[in-house]
Each structure stands twice: as structure tokens, then as C-alpha cells.
Design a binder for this molecule. Structure first.
Ligand SMILES: [Zn+2]
Ligand SMILES: [Zn+2]
Length: 338
């Protein structure tokens, strides 16, 4: 997906209010109900939703407290967040039978970026109780009102004729049964918390804040589809390299002698050592073309190496005088075109 700020047409400095405002306007514009049959609008609508989810959950662990999940303690979810912050607009889309989407923030190292692989993490999440299959009942009886169908019919007289409506049974809530005894395994909630190993594929070219969607690994649903798990990647800072777009940056500390005389050396890179020649008087940076990170399009950035003079901490006056003598007449600072 594109940069979520870009999708919503706002600047990365946008406030929460501005994000909400932009989202509402876009969601309204591309709402499937207002653009029936328009595939492009539908795609755009999904994109806008995703962008909003991402932005509203940025570092948003406070969302944990807002869960309305019943009979279940959110403290069990130290590592997984509910996607909250959705506007009511979402609740009317008829997705209600789908479980909610969850977010998981995964720290990865630069090593993972250099050599992407599948990471396996242990996470706790809710699943449908395997004992009662989500009914929450140990003993149940057929609902006497709807006779187990979960639906009741209502006759309504309208414009002089009878119209028959079918709605969910109000006595059993549409399940078709009445719980006589609660399921012991889930205490009647229909859900249990399970610790599960989840494999998260890291793609080549992964960037800070990128995410991947693991379908069906979000909140469970008894009757509908499970929600999805959004895994957001965060790249840990490295002592050796920094990232700038697709470029990798590092510093090479050299003794003044080596800078004055020039030096040939094996430069360590994430992809093995590279023989580099630094000419006498070279000031850098050295640019190792195509030795950076992989971009989304498969092209690689560069490895940019700044040269730093590794001077002694302290130089005595006598030594300084000798260096001055060796350098000859002092040149004034001046500028010139490249
Ligand atoms: Zn159960
Ligand atoms: Zn019923």
C-alpha cells in the first residue's frame, strides 16, 4: 500500500483531528453504497480504510483499554492490540459478523532486513472455544420461540397488504438455542485465549512502518469470518548502519596517515567484505553502487560510506608545530563549483 498519509491526502504532520476529517470525507466519497458496482471506488475505499487504521493506531497502545470484549481480560493481550478508533461509519457496513482486526507490532533487526525470512512469534489471541464451538453452552435446549431456526417471521400490514419480514429471534439472539448450562472451558463466553506460534513472512525491501496482513488471525467470529492480524514492522536502530530510503549509510574511521597516503582495504558490508581503494587526499563519501537495501521494485540502493578522520584525542604543542611545518603555508578557506 501507498504511504497512508498520501492515501488520505494529508501531510505527515496532520493532527488526529485532521486525519479523522480527511478519512471521513474520503470514506464518504468512495463508500460502496454510494458507488454501486464501481470496482475502483471499492478498492479506493479499502485503501482509505487501511490508511486510517494504520494512522490511528500508530503507537496506540492506549487502544487496549477501550476493548468492549466481554468476560475477558485485556491484560492477557500484552502484545496484541485491538483496532479501535474506528468511526461509527464502519459499524454500518454489514461486516459485523466478521471478527475485529488486530494489530501486532514486530521489532525486526537490520539483519532481518538484509536477509528477509519468515519469523515465528508467540502471540496470545482469542479463538473460538473448541469445546462448545463458540456456543458458550455445555447444555442447551432448542429455543421454544423460533424452534431452533434462530429466525422469526413478522407479519406487517403495509399499504393494504401483508408483508412478511424475517428477523433474528429475540429470545435466543438468533442462535436457535437457549443456554441451560455454561461451557466450563470458556465460562460461557464462547471464546478462549490461545497462545499460538504465528509465522510472519518478512518481505525483501521491508521498510519501517510497513505492514503485512495475516488473514483470519485477528479476532474470531462464531458465525462469520475471523478478523485479520496486521503486523507492523519496526526496524531497530543499528550501531553499524543507518537507513536512508533504499540507501545504507555508515562511517569509515581512518587514521590521518591513511587518508594522506591513500589505502586499500576490505570494507565490511552486510553482504560480505568489499575491496575498496581510497586515494591519497580522498574525502569521501565512498558510494558502493547497488550495495544498499532492496527497494519495492527490486532495485537496490547504494551503500554510502562517509570518511571520518580518526584523530588522536590529544596532540601536543610540539607535535602540532611539526604538523604545521609539514603542511607549509596555510590556505584560506574558499569555495568553488563542484
Ligand atoms: Zn466453550
Ligand atoms: Zn429463538
Amino acid at each position: 500500500m501507498d504511504d497512508p498519509y498520501h492515501v488520505l491526502g494529508i501531510s505527515p504532520n496532520a493532527s488526529e483531528d485532521e486525519i479523522k476529517k480527511a478519512f471521513k470525507a474520503m470514506a464518504k466519497k468512495y463508500h460502496p453504497d454510494l458507488n454501486p458496482g464501481d470496482k475502483k471506488a471499492e478498492e479506493k475505499f479499502k485503501e482509505v480504510n487501511e490508511a486510517y487504521r494504520i494512522l490511528m493506531n500508530k503507537g496506540g497502545s492506549s487502544s487496549q483499554q477501550e476493548s468492549s470484549a466481554q468476560g475477558f481480560n485485556f491484560n492477557d493481550f500484552s502484545d496484541i492490540f485491538n483496532f479501535r478508533g474506528f468511526e461509527d461509519i464502519f459499524r454500518n457496513f454489514g461486516f459485523s459478523s466478521k471478527g475485529e482486526d488486530l494489530r501486532y507490532d514486530l521489532d525486526i533487526t537490520l539483519e532481518d532486513v538484509f536477509n528477509p525470512a519468515v519469523k515465528t512469534v508467540k502471540i496470545k489471541h482469542r479463538v473460538v472455544c473448541p469445546v462448545c464451538s463458540g456456543s458458550g453452552a455445555k447444555e442447551k435446549e432448542t429455543c421454544p420461540k423460533c424452534h431452533g431456526t434462530g429466525k422469526i417471521r413478522r407479519n406487517i400490514r403495509q399499504f393494504g397488504s401483508n408483508v412478511v419480514f424475517t428477523t433474528n429471534c429475540d429470545k435466543c439472539g438468533g442462535s436457535g438455542f437457549i443456554v441451560k448450562k455454561k461451557c466450563d472451558n470458556c465460562n460461557g463466553t464462547g471464546f478462549v485465549i490461545k497462545e499460538e506460534n504465528i509465522s510472519i513472512p518478512i518481505k525483501r525491501g521491508v521498510k519501517e512502518g510497513d505492514y503485512t496482513i495475516l488473514q483470519g488471525k485477528g479476532e474470531p467470529s462464531v458465525n462469520g469470518e475471523n478478523g485479520d492480524l496486521y503486523v507492523v514492522f519496526h526496524i531497530r536502530k543499528s550501531d553499524t548502519y543507518s537507513i536512508s530510503g533504499n540507501n545504507l549509510k555508515t562511517r569509515l574511521y581512518l587514521d590521518l596517515r591513511d587518508l594522506l597516503n591513500g589505502i586499500e582495504l576490505d570494507l565490511p558490508t552486510p553482504w560480505g567484505s568489499e575491496r575498496v581503494i581510497i586515494d591519497a587526499g580522498e574525502t569521501g563519501p565512498l558510494i558502493l553502487k547497488g550495495k544498499g537495501l532492496y527497494g519495492k521494485n527490486g532495485q537496490r540502493g547504494d551503500l554510502v560510506v562517509d570518511l571520518v578522520i580518526d584523530l588522536p584525542k590529544k596532540i601536543g604543542t610540539k607535535e602540532l608545530n611539526e604538523i604545521e611545518k609539514a603542511l607549509g603555508e596555510r590556505k584560506e578557506p574558499h569555495i568553488s563549483a563542484n
